[in-house]
Design a protein around this ligand. Structure first.
Ligand code: NAG
Length: 150
């Protein structure tokens, strides 16, 4: 038959996969801080926690959640002196900080005497410009940093 289905060949798929890898490298190099399988990016917007959560979800990412010192440092460098939200809260149970994905925390970097649920209460987490963490009101406007699986 002279009718042919428009299928994608293995070779074309390989070419596309290679191009996707190149694009990832380009993004990581030009914009982000890549650590292992995570790429941290910011749009430089400052917003409250719920807004930052939505901003990240809209691009199929999650709020930056450092799970070791290297990731914490990468977010700190990207934030470049501007305090940022982390994807950690104790909204569900006061004093029990957990990842917004629900899992228990495996790494923390609290500043001395933090978390302290200061004032009328603090259920969100801020990454200070020195890399240390402080619990803070979720209605505070802080830098939006998202993490992308790469
Ligand atoms: C307050 C902080 C609070 C922190 C305390 C330490 C704000 C709104 N509140 O200024 O999170 O625990 O200092 O003394 O920044």
């Amino acid at each position: 038959s002279f009718l042919r289905l428009a299928t994608t060949s293995d070779k074309q798929i390989q070419t596309l996969q290679a191009q996707v890898e190149k694009n990832k490298n380009l993004l990581a190099f030009s914009l982000g801080k890549k650590v292992g399988k995570k790429l941290f990016l910011t749009n430089r917007e400052k917003a409250n926690f719920d807004r930052v959560k939505v901003l990240c979800e809209q691009v199929e990412a999650t709020i930056a959640t450092p799970k070791n010192a290297e990731e914490n440092k990468a977010i700190q460098n990207l934030a470049n002196g501007t305090p940022a939200f982390l994807g950690i809260t104790d909204k569900v149970q006061e004093g029990q900080f957990v990842y917004i994905t629900g899992e228990r925390m495996t790494y923390t970097n609290w500043r001395e005497n933090e978390p302290n649920n200061h004032g009328s209460g603090e259920d969100c987490v801020l990454l200070n410009n020195d890399g240390s963490w402080n619990d803070i009101s979720c209605t505070t406007s802080l830098l939006a940093v998202c993490e992308f699986p790469v």
